[in-house]
Design a protein around this ligand. Sequence first.
Ligand code: ADP
Ligand code: MG
Length: 297
Amino acid sequence: MIKAQNVVKTFDGHRALDGLNITVPKGAIYGLVGPNGAGKSTIIRHLAGIYRQDSGEVMIDGEKVFENPALKGRIAYIPDDLYFFLQANIRDMMRFYRGVYPNFSMERYNKLRDVFELDEKRSMRHLSKGMQKQAAFWLAMSCCPDVLILDEPVDGLDPVMRRQVWSLVMGEVTERGTTVLVSSHNLRELEDVCDHVGIIHKGKTVLEHSLSELQDNIVKVQIVYPEGGDLPENLNVLHEAQSGRVRTVIIRGTMDEVETALKASNPVFYDMIPLTLEEIFIYEMGGAAYEIKDVIL
Ligand code: ADP
Ligand code: MG
């Protein structure tokens, strides 16, 4: 489990993290979302043990991360700005990783060779940015980490490789129960992948939920009433729009609760429609969402 509590980090008087809280349960794929400059890379560098916070706590599996090499040997981190020994090729990097990560698996490394189709003997600096990202994945997955931390991992990858990478990450979670934290400035990018989402803005956590929690508690309905009919009064309506006689209504509550109430109000027709993560985000956050909505959707 990853837990950051009340983390403050100041750079030259500017609070990049301003009391940030995040909790990532074991085995979760947690999407950390926020506009550019929100503090994603900064909190991630704390989780990877690179930065030390001014105050607050940064813990993984109940242990402090900073200056904890044993713990770091179980964490794989792919930074947004990749750093390799530039003269090195993938094989050299593999030897280096194998020395540092106790769980490193040669078997996996060999298997993944077929997935990435990169030339192991070409020096890193002669690979394109996208190829370097792939190399970073290859190496990180070969470490068999318990915790995988990815900072904007699919930036610069083509759509086929994106899908490949996500499928590897999801497979890892299913097979080994790895805990994954992945950042993005784009909520849609993570929608199909994550089961938890945290939204941060200006160094603070704005919202943090499991997707099922979010999805089980909000319903979208299209409904048509006969002349004089109306929605029952006891519903918690978050938003409503009308097109002809069809009303589209966002209601807080579980599917069952809402459906029971609606049936009792005798509509001519109704249909329950699943919400996208983006819609949930907008309705859940109400007015507060507008400031950040445009930049992360
Ligand atoms: P994100 O990854 O969400 O785009 P960052 O965590 O990189 O955001 O940055 C958060 C804020 O902290 C920004 O205002 C950025 O300019 C500042 N910042 C990040 N790292 C440094 C640093 N090493 N020195 C000074 N300012 C920094
Ligand atoms: Mg960043």
